[in-house]
Design a protein around this ligand. Structure first.
Ligand code: SF4
Length: 481
């Protein structure tokens, strides 16, 4: 019988005497400060004076609540059938995107890299890209390759369009293989803009390759886009709602199967995704329903201007009012009444909200996230009588700020809120000490600030669940983590 492997938790392990002594000895070589100086500096970093200095900084970002553009581009690519994300740039970046997504979804994430190193940085990465597509097709047999870039390829100015043309001329890339591509340097934008530009390129590439002529509104179907949605349960939720309406629909960019595949004992690179043939047909849909708008700006603009689609775009529909709007729009687009069962479910949700008011009403909170998610959360929290105080959106802009402030202004529970766009989690830390709140809602990256401030963090659910109304799950209290 094999012995049980004992793997100690690193938090406990490094508190053992051996490691504590090792760190103390190491201090001799590190211009050590006294314990008193450390404590004084720590206290100062929690003061109002430090907060003002922290908010005055402009040249440094500390732990922003956003990720690189290519990470979003990979998610967009994995929303389509047998599509291989292909990253033109450094291998380390690709490893980071894959591990980041794998840790969140607990699934393997297929993505290849052109592995640019010093020689490619000097001479350009064209030969890496041509060899890369040839090898990828031979090894992974994709139906589509979606190419994006990292900072390195963008800094040296690699021309993706020309490189892909040369790859076709060299015979490395079949003429009929669709290859959408997007420039996704991470010194601008974030994961949501990376998602958007890649999705737009996929829609445009597949539409342009099709020989069918688009006639807007003729199919009677509805296009549904969820945007950069890291919660696969939302796909199950919206599909369930659309099925209850009896709606005929196409989800454009359905990454839920790739990020939530079952354990059958056999591994394959591709699970589900929107069939490529469905994309050009989507130009003939009755209308398009987008459940995010900040992460889909370019894609929706393309669908409106080129496909002539009527677009209904809303932010993440959380809570009663937003879900009512969602159901009304589905009803209008499909011409069908809201199903009785959904009306009954709504009543139960209102009942649950009423029942929970004794626990939630008046709770002050900090919110951190992407623009669409935050707008949904603000709406929902105000409905619950909770009081958002600090709202941090690292990848938000003036338009988001204005919309968030308008939402907050119409409720007495929004009176104390301040919306911070372009700020990071080090700013949040200062805010939590300067004006304490009862809890925080955000991603797991918020745990350091929440732990130090001694408040619980409620994290977004990450994987499968039952429906679109499932919103947050409590992590264990952060002070215990
Ligand atoms: S910021 Fe640029 S170099 Fe760094 S991981 Fe992201 S893409 Fe790569």
């Amino acid at each position: 019988m094999s012995e049980r492997l004992h793997i100690p938790d690193h938090n406990k392990l490094f508190q053992e005497d051996k490691y504590v002594r090792q760190r103390e000895r190491k201090r001799e070589f590190e211009a050590p400060c006294s314990e008193q100086e450390v404590q004084e500096t720590l206290e100062y970093s929690r003061s109002k004076e430090y907060k003002d200095k922290n908010f005055a900084r402009s040249a440094v970002v500390v732990n922003p609540a956003k990720a690189c553009q290519p990470l979003g581009a990979i998610m967009a690519a994995l929303g389509f059938e047998k599509t291989l994300p292909f990253i033109h740039g450094s291998q380390g970046c690709t490893a980071y995107f894959r591990s980041h997504l794998s840790r969140h979804f607990k699934e393997p994430v297929p993505a290849v890299s052109t592995s640019m190193t010093e020689d490619a940085a000097v001479f350009g990465g064209m030969s890496n890209l041509i060899d890369g597509v040839e090898n990828s097709i031979a090894l992974y047999k994709p139906q589509m390759i979606a190419v994006c870039t990292t900072c390195m390829a963008e800094v040296i100015g690699d021309d993706l369009s020309a490189f892909l043309g040369n790859a076709r001329q060299a015979g490395a890339l079949p003429e009929d293989m669709p290859v959408p591509f997007a420039n996704t340097p991470s010194f601008s934008g974030s994961h949501i803009t990376g998602y958007d530009v890649m999705l737009r390129s996929v829609l445009e590439t597949l539409f342009n390759q099709s020989t069918e002529v688009a006639q807007s509104g003729t199919s009677g179907k509805v296009n549904v886009l969820l945007g950069f949605d890291s919660y696969t349960g939302n796909f199950a939720g919206i599909k369930r709602i659309l099925a209850m309406f009896g709606a005929d629909y196409t989800i454009l960019g359905d990454h839920s199967s790739n990020f939530d595949s079952g354990a059958t004992g056999e591994y394959t690179y591709y699970y589900g995704g929107t069939p490529l043939a469905e994309v050009p047909k989507s130009a003939n849909a009755q209308g398009t329903l987008a459940l995010q708008k900040f992460s889909l700006r370019k894609s929706l603009s393309y669908m409106k201007n080129t496909w002539g689609q009527q677009i209904v775009a809303m932010s993440t529909p959380l809570g009663i009012v937003a879900t009512d709007d969602l159901l009304d729009e589905i009803s209008r687009l499909t011409g069908r009444a809201v199903p009785e069962m959904l009306i009954q479910e709504r009543a139960r949700v209102v009942d649950a909200m009423t029942d929970s008011h004794a626990y939630l009403h008046g709770k002050r909170l900090a919110l951190v996230g992407d623009p669409d998610l935050l707008l949904g959360l603000i709406t929902f929290c105000l409905e619950l009588g909770m009081e958002p105080v600090h709202i941090i959106c690292s990848n938000g802009d003036a338009k988001f700020k204005k919309e968030a402030e308008q939402l907050l202004q119409v409720s007495p529970y929004g009176a104390e809120a301040t919306v911070h766009v372009g700020q990071d989690l080090w700013h949040l830390r200062s805010l939590l000490f300067d004006d304490p709140v009862d809890l925080a809602i955000g991603s797991s990256h918020v745990k350091y600030a929440a732990k130090e401030a001694g408040i619980p963090l409620y994290e977004w659910a990450s994987r499968s669940s039952t429906g679109i109304t499932c919103i947050v799950i409590p992590s264990s209290a952060t002070r215990e983590r």
